[in-house]
Design a protein around this ligand. Structure first.
Ligand code: N01
Length: 563
């Protein structure tokens, strides 16, 4: 073993690193921790000026977990579980960012992290079986193994509306919220926001409290239901801490790694009265109960989904004073839970306030962004449409601040933003994935040897930290095995990739979510190249995903070509 390990070290001697990790979010943090334990020469390269990934970038007001804080974290270190206290059931962004910083400090990880380093290209070197990375400054980094830890919602997209850069006032994407921002800065201001996904909903319900006037430009209403966040005091934290083993076990046993188990009954096993009582109970609970603790056929059976969507539509009607406005806020083109359901805290009530108005841009499309604000195709017929130019044709809504909550080039966007080239110069996004994503285990791609993806496409998403922890452990075990066996080429096979991709598609059959446009099905209408729906994630149960990957490890990686 020792001689093989020495041979591995010698083989890598001409390279800068044994392992390079791109990204210092939660995936990068844990990858660094595990790789360092293997005694390998490792470095993290990160575009941002600090660690934290999603929680570093997304600092918009109201950003927070909508999964229970104590289930949405790492379980690998008992010390961290003992030392870190959560103050809210659904942790706000600043606290989660501090958690990421706490991990980095505790394990002294920062000395191997290089910030302000945006990788532009990663090219496999056929002659040396290594990777060469280049950053935006032209600096290069060579490594035997490459671990991508770039996140699934990282490449922000602006809307494809004419004039998107013309606005003369302050304007930004939610994931680039100005660091100088202080609560109350929008008081008295005329604010516009485009986008009503999870980010838009969290932002709107928060800034609507203080903005002088808020105009929400909505293209597609989303289903959303109450979060019911509360604080955690010391006694409750002690009780949570005692339950950590149970919490993590519950997560690992469940379909998508959340603490909420699904209802084994069919919707049709219940009488209408029983259904109503059951759903009322779930609606009154905090967190994803109303999304995950329901009958599974809600997500596969159209009639079951219609019944549950009707239940939620009624809830929306009860919370909005103006029935015409309520109708605009109720989704009509997709059923409940067929897109990722964000959870809200007073979202609907915000629209009852006189300082908030909704513009349905399906009815009245945005013509262009102007220097002064947003120009609509038709006139505004709403009351209190101050700031709007009238007349028979379009109308201009004048704004001081324009916010884009328009989402991301999700999942594969990070792989498109970097020029990945595999064997023979083959491009990842534009060659290998041009007709659809293909991976082996969601962790590797044939033709891209020595590359591992943490939260790559075709992996379990669900409870992301649970999925990260598994993917990093699997990858670290593979790297450790490679070092012990002096393996300098580790590559998936074409047959392996074909059968895994087929399996991923098989798991997705019958799920209503895959019939709907969303970032989860790879659709972002702002991107010319990405209109086709694709299977971006593993839709089967998490225990099944882990069992398949465990088997590959147990077989000694014979499913890979190694040398
Ligand atoms: O992005 P999105 P997001 N004109 O793509 C609209 C996670 N997350 O940042 O639906 C007009 O969901 C677009 O409209 P449409 C979570 O997994 C978690 O909100 O395409 N509108 C949509 O309304 C989430 O699912 C938390 O018609 C345009 C919005 O912009 C994921 O991140 C919090 C437009 C984009 O919604 C992404 O959420 C926040 C245009 N040209 C996010 N282009 C937690 O709670 C786009 N839109 C943990």
């Amino acid at each position: 073993e020792d001689t093989r390990r020495e041979a591995f070290n010698a083989a890598n001697a001409a390279l800068d690193y044994d392992v390079l990790i791109v990204g210092a979010g939660l995936s990068g943090i844990y990858s660094l921790y595990r790789t360092r334990q293997l005694g390998l020469r490792v470095r993290v390269l990160e575009a941002g000026s600090g660690e934290g990934g999603t929680w570093f970038w997304n600092r918009y007001p109201g950003a927070r977990f909508d999964s229970e804080s104590y289930s949405y974290i790492f379980s690998f270190s008992q010390d961290v579980l003992d030392e870190w206290d959560w103050t809210e059931h659904f942790s706000p962004q600043a606290e989660t960012l501090r958690y990421a910083q706490f991990l980095t400090d505790k394990f002294d990880l920062r000395r191997d992290m290089q910030f302000d380093t945006r990788i532009r290209s990663a090219h496999f070197q056929d002659d040396t079986n290594s990777w060469l990375l280049t950053d935006s400054e032209g600096r290069t980094y060579s490594t035997r193994y490459l671990v991508t830890a770039m996140g699934i919602l990282n490449e922000a997209t602006l809307p494809n509306i004419p004039g998107v850069n013309d606005f003369a006032g302050a304007s930004w994407h939610t994931s680039r919220w100005p660091s100088s921002y202080k609560e109350g800065d929008l008081a008295g201001k005329r604010v516009g926001i485009i986008g009503t996904g999870a980010t838009g909903i969290q932002t709107i319900q928060e800034i609507g409290k203080t903005a002088g006037h808020l105009t929400v430009f909505q293209r597609t209403p989303n289903w959303t239901a109450p979060l019911r966040n509360t604080r955690i005091d010391e006694a409750e934290m002690a009780s949570i801490r005692a339950r950590y083993p149970t919490i993590f076990k519950q997560c690992l046993d469940s379909y998508a790694c959340f603490i909420h188990a699904g209802d084994p009954r069919s919707v049709f096993d219940m009488t209408p009265e029983e259904r109503e009582a059951c759903w009322e109970h779930l609606y009154a609970q905090p967190g994803f109960t109303k999304v995950l603790a329901v009958s599974g056929d809600i997500y596969t059976n159209r009639e079951a989904n219609r019944l549950y969507s009707d239940f939620h539509a009624n809830k929306i009607r009860q919370r909005i004073r103006d029935p015409a406005l309520a109708a605009k806020l109720i989704p009509t083109n997709h059923g409940f839970g067929t897109r990722r359901v964000p959870l809200e805290s007073g979202y609907y009530e915000i629209f009852n306030q006189p300082n908030v108005r909704l513009v349905d841009v399906r009815e009245n499309p945005i013509q262009r962004i102007t220097q002064r604000g947003v120009e609509l195709t038709g006139p505004l017929d709403l009351e209190g449409d101050d700031g709007a130019g009238g007349g028979g044709g379009g109308s201009e809504i004048e704004l001081d601040v324009l916010i884009y909550a328009t989402g991301f080039d999700a999942v594969t966007g990070s792989f498109r933003a970097v020029d990945f080239r595999g064997r023979g110069g083959k491009r990842l996004a534009d060659d290998t994935w041009v007709d659809g994503i293909r991976t082996y285990l969601g962790l590797t791609v044939q033709g891209f040897p020595n590359m591992f993806m943490i939260m790559g496409p075709h992996q379990m998403f669900g409870n992301i930290p649970r999925s990260i922890e598994y993917a990093v452990d699997w990858t670290a075990d593979a790297l450790g095995w490679a070092a012990e066996h002096n393996v300098t080429t580790f590559e998936a096979t074409a047959a392996g990739m074909d059968s895994w991709t087929e399996h991923v598609h098989e798991c997705g059959k019958g799920l209503l979510a895959n019939e709907v446009d969303s970032w989860m099905t790879g659709v972002n209408k702002n991107l010319a190249h990405k209109q086709k729906r694709s299977m971006t994630r593993y839709n089967g149960p998490a225990p099944g995903y882990r069992r398949r990957c465990d088997e590959v490890r147990a077989r000694g990686y014979t499913d890979f070509v190694t040398s």
